[in-house]
Design a protein around this ligand. Structure first.
Ligand SMILES: [Zn+2]
Length: 252
């Protein structure tokens, strides 16, 4: 059994969602977090979580999706927080050339960490080309920083360790299967610090629909982790479930 801590199920067409859910249920995936990137799909995530017992909802403003309305969007995100919301996700910094202004990204990121602290929710963090600034911000919150995970981890062991030392989990996706430097991180990290995800979203650029990543594929990430750490898949299941429950604030 596995939990997928980070997906974008809310972005699929409604008529596809039931099939995707059936496929993950057949693959022993017991819980999937639907993550928001805007106010609109945060609302859809909450609705999905109310409708399906194995979906939990995260809400947040993704750094790449920040709009001119970000100030009022932050107010809307805070209003959406209630017992149906399990995490503030996904939030963070994205320094690609066409990303929103860094100054605004930092303000939105910090404001959402404050929301997480105020409502005692975990955070799931997106980092792209922005490790240093992200680390600096998280470090500032040290002592007050909520539990959380660095999603789609794509750094080196030193960076992973800095995040772990802040009390965060490292979340691996399917990139673990093809990137050697990530295998190196995973081999050196304790299982106690690892959670799993797929970051699934509709991949229209892939012509062959069966090749789209879906939450059912989180078991492929788990298999790879067992293989490279030379441990039993049952141990990967046990630890990642325990860590995910801890992250989600659910007693197992
Ligand atoms: Zn994502």
């Amino acid at each position: 059994m596995f939990i997928d801590i980070h997906t974008h199920i809310a972005q699929y067409k409604q008529e596809e969602i039931d099939n995707i859910i059936n496929r993950w249920r057949l693959s022993n995936i017991i819980t999937v977090v639907s993550t928001g990137t805007t106010v609109e799909d945060s609302i859809i995530s909450i609705e999905l979580a109310k409708k399906y017992p194995d979906i939990l909802s995260g809400i947040g403003l993704h750094p790449s999706d920040i709009k001119d309305t970000w100030k009022s969007d932050l107010v809307s995100i805070e209003k959406l927080v209630d017992e149906n919301v399990v995490m503030i996700s996904e939030i963070g910094l994205d320094y690609m050339p066409d990303s929103p202004l860094k100054k605004i990204q930092i303000e939105v990121f910090e404001a959402q960490i404050e929301i997480a602290i105020k409502y005692k929710k975990p955070i799931v963090i997106h980092i792209r080309e922005a490790f240093e600034d992200t680390y600096k911000i998280l470090k500032k919150f040290n002592g007050r920083l909520p539990i959380g995970a660095v999603h789609y981890f794509d750094g080196n062991y030193k960076e992973a360790k800095l995040m772990v030392d802040l009390g965060l989990y490292i979340s691996f996706a399917k990139t673990l299967i093809r990137k050697d430097y990530l295998k190196d991180v995973a081999v050196n990290l304790s299982l106690e610090n690892i959670v799993l995800e797929t970051d699934s979203y509709p991949q229209y650029f892939k012509k062959n629909r069966s090749r789209w990543t879906e939450p059912k594929d989180v078991s492929m990430v788990a298999d790879e982790l067992a293989r490279i750490k030379k441990i039993d898949i049952k141990d990967v299941s046990y630890s990642t479930l325990k860590n995910s429950y801890n992250l989600l604030g659910v007693k197992d």
